[in-house]
Design a protein. Structure first.
Length: 430
């Protein structure tokens, strides 16, 4: 039975005001996520992902390791989508993920983004992940040398991440053996610290010794980003039973003390924000006995997720689909498909006295009764499509809206009169 003897450490670094990394280390699972996005969304994304992944920290039995990793990562991605749907200001948030799951016959890996996994064997360091970045694609195509990556202006541009839309990660069986040491790390380590230095430090002492040294090296190199590492030795027997470790944004007790004697440290102290901690989505796994008790329902649930995988990837169309329909008396733009439970109101457009459509808060929403009676039925028959399609439909409806209600003090010309019956010959305006 493969297992991990593990350690983990995270630090906010000397520049950032909050920690967007999250990591988990346990006997059967090690996982690391590096979040991204404004409005504190990066730390939320990484927490959501790791809270889903840690359910795998149990003996997987004869289950397919890669299917388990892929299904639970997809579930974490769906949770990110759900969060974005409920908090539109976090649109664009996402996270990387690198996770290893140990089973009876081997170790599987899921990877997406630019966090990295390394293997140290016989003192030699080898990268076991592939960066999903623009610069790496240039290297792969022979258009950029590896030495030019660190100075390229687009070196931080990701091609893939878990951002709430379906994406294909790397799923890979690893050829590991007892005595191997593995490292998962965010780019807060690999950007400022060279591979040769990482190789030397990773081989020193216990996993915790190595983790501490690696983080200190990143801080001494300027600490330009959050730095998080998980170090684990591959073992073939269950190590001494320990509590799993959570670090980074998931650690509610973490305190960060940037060096106040540096400009970067002073900036971090001035702008530091307390991380928002997302509650775990499943029970903590306190020990071997509890793990065995929960294994059955955990992997039964995961099996359902695997079966539902086709549905998740079919969700791409749902997630990018919009349509116009009535929500009560309001004319609204919905996101999803017109099936119960598969759509929600995305926006409620507003209409002003001139018939212009806007999407501001605290304005008068566009209502069915703003349309002539014979035009209202057409709202239920509009085709779905992209967001731009839906917004265009709303604007065309506004072109046919009733005129604003008015009371004229005197007629300007023969035939002019009052417009005072909303929904019949006029519409109300603020």
């Amino acid at each position: 039975m493969f297992a991990f003897n593990y350690a983990a450490r995270s630090d906010v670094g000397l520049v950032r005001g909050n920690n967007e990394d999250s990591a988990y280390a346990g006997t059967h699972l090690i996982a690391l996520a590096d979040g991204m996005g404004g409005h504190a969304a990066g730390e939320v994304a990484s927490q959501l992902m790791i809270n889903h992944m840690k359910v795998l920290d149990a003996d997987p039995g004869d289950n397919d390791l890669l299917a388990l990793l892929g299904a639970v990562a997809n579930d974490g991605n769906a949770s990110i989508h759900q969060h974005i749907s409920g908090h539109p200001e976090t649109d664009g948030m996402g996270t990387t993920l690198t996770a290893l799951l140990a089973g009876p016959e081997g170790i599987g890996m899921v990877h997406l983004g630019d966090s990295r996994g390394f293997l140290l064997r016989d003192g030699k360091l080898a990268q076991i992940t592939h960066d999903d970045t623009y610069v790496q694609s240039l290297v792969d195509a022979g258009k950029l040398s590896p030495d030019e990556v660190s100075t390229h202006p687009d070196r931080s541009k990701l091609l893939k991440a878990y951002c709430g839309i379906p994406v294909e990660p790397l799923l890979k069986d690893l050829d590991l053996k007892e005595g191997d040491r593995v490292l998962l790390c965010s780019d807060g380590l690999t950007d400022p610290v060279t591979a040769s230095t990482i190789e030397t430090a990773l081989g020193q002492g216990t996993p915790q010794d190595a983790a501490n040294t690696l983080v200190e090296l990143a801080l001494r190199s300027g600490g330009p980003d959050n730095v998080t590492v998980v170090v684990a030795d591959v073992v073939m027997t269950d190590p001494e039973e320990r509590e799993p470790l959570v670090v980074g944004a998931l650690d509610a007790n973490a305190t960060y003390d940037p060096n106040p004697n540096t400009a970067a440290g002073r900036a971090a102290l001035a702008g530091r924000a307390k991380p928002e901690v997302i509650p775990p989505t499943s029970a903590e796994v306190p020990g071997k006995e509890a793990k065995k008790r929960h294994t059955g329902w955990i992997f039964g649930l995961i099996a359902l997720l695997v079966i539902a995988g086709v549905g998740f990837f079919g969700w791409r169309a749902v997630n990018n689909n919009y349509y116009v329909a009535a929500d009560g008396d309001d004319i609204a733009i919905f996101k999803g498909v017109d099936i119960a439970g598969l759509s929600h109101v995305h926006q409620r457009p507003c209409i002003d006295a001139s018939g212009n459509i806007s999407l501001e808060d605290n304005c008068r929403t566009f209502k069915l009764t703003d349309l002539p009676e014979d035009a209202r039925a057409s709202v239920a028959t509009l085709p779905d499509g992209s967001y731009d399609d839906a917004l265009g439909q709303v604007r065309r409806l506004a072109d046919s809206a009733l005129p604003p209600c008015v009371t004229r003090e005197k007629q300007d010309k023969p035939g002019d009169g009052d417009l005072t019956t909303p929904g019949v010959n006029c519409r109300e305006v603020n």
